[in-house]
Design a protein around this ligand. Structure first.
Ligand SMILES: [Zn+2]
Ligand SMILES: [Zn+2]
Length: 238
């Protein structure tokens, strides 16, 4: 049993690391075309971002691997694979609930990590990227990575979700994590400045967090930032 759990954790770590290289690699390459020169002189920083991200891959991979093993071998979790196991209207509700709860957890733990002592101990690594690049997507101190690693593995025990919708949540998480750090906006201006855009977090919103630190703490949605008056709008430089 223990060796199966170990190999599941190892496999998840490898998958997360491969997903990181693929997603960050694609958007780092796109950055070369879109913002030529953005990466100039950032070589040492990018190497640090990659090293921290690989440590994070293991920290994310271990709980994910244990839960994946328990799902397959012990029937743990509320993940389902039959399309008709739940009513069809529920299908899009689950990923929205996951994103909203992940966003809430992230907002409050992120604000908490901006307290001076915790900042130095847990969050300074992430802000050492100045400016951040696509490789900073998982560049976290292990303590911070741990706060992020438990969210989805905990939610799958509580909220039923179809495996394909879970894949969608992970895809959104990965792509937004990368693109919010790459230094340029990939969404059309019309969307970013629209009414809907005013509630969504994209690169121009998160970049401002990296410029000013004590604002724009959210992950996917601007709900908490707006409610708690920590939203300072979009970066001028993106
Ligand atoms: Zn960031
Ligand atoms: Zn921060």
């Amino acid at each position: 049993m223990w060796d199966a759990i170990f190999f599941s954790a190892l496999a998840m770590t490898a998958i997360i690391a491969a997903r990181y290289f693929a997603s960050s690699g694609v958007f780092a390459l796109a950055t070369r075309f879109r913002r030529p020169g953005y990466h100039d002189r950032l070589g040492p920083q990018i190497r640090r971002e990659i090293s921290w991200s690989l440590v994070s891959a293991a920290i994310y991979g271990i709980p994910a691997g244990i839960v994946a093993w328990g799902w397959q071998e012990r029937g743990w979790t509320q993940i389902y694979t039959q399309w008709d196991a739940m009513p069809l209207w529920y299908l899009p509700i689950a990923p929205l609930a996951y994103l909203a709860l992940h966003d809430t957890w992230f907002y409050w733990t992120h604000r908490w990590m901006h307290r001076p002592r915790l900042f130095r101990a847990m969050h300074a690594v992430h802000h050492a990227s100045r400016p951040p690049t696509a490789w900073a997507a998982m560049s976290f101190h292990p303590w911070e990575a741990l706060t992020g690693a438990v969210v989805i593995p905990a939610l799958v025990f509580v909220i039923p979700i179809h495996i394909a919708m879970l894949g969608l949540v992970l895809a959104v998480m990965t792509i937004m994590g990368v693109t919010n750090h790459m230094g340029w906006e990939m969404f059309p201006r019309r969307l970013v400045h629209s009414r809907l855009g005013g509630w969504l977090i994209t690169a121009s919103h998160h970049q401002r967090h990296h410029e000013e630190y004590r604002c724009n703490y959210g992950l996917y949605f601007r709900f908490w930032d707006r409610l708690c008056k920590t939203d300072r709008g979009l970066s001028e430089r993106v």
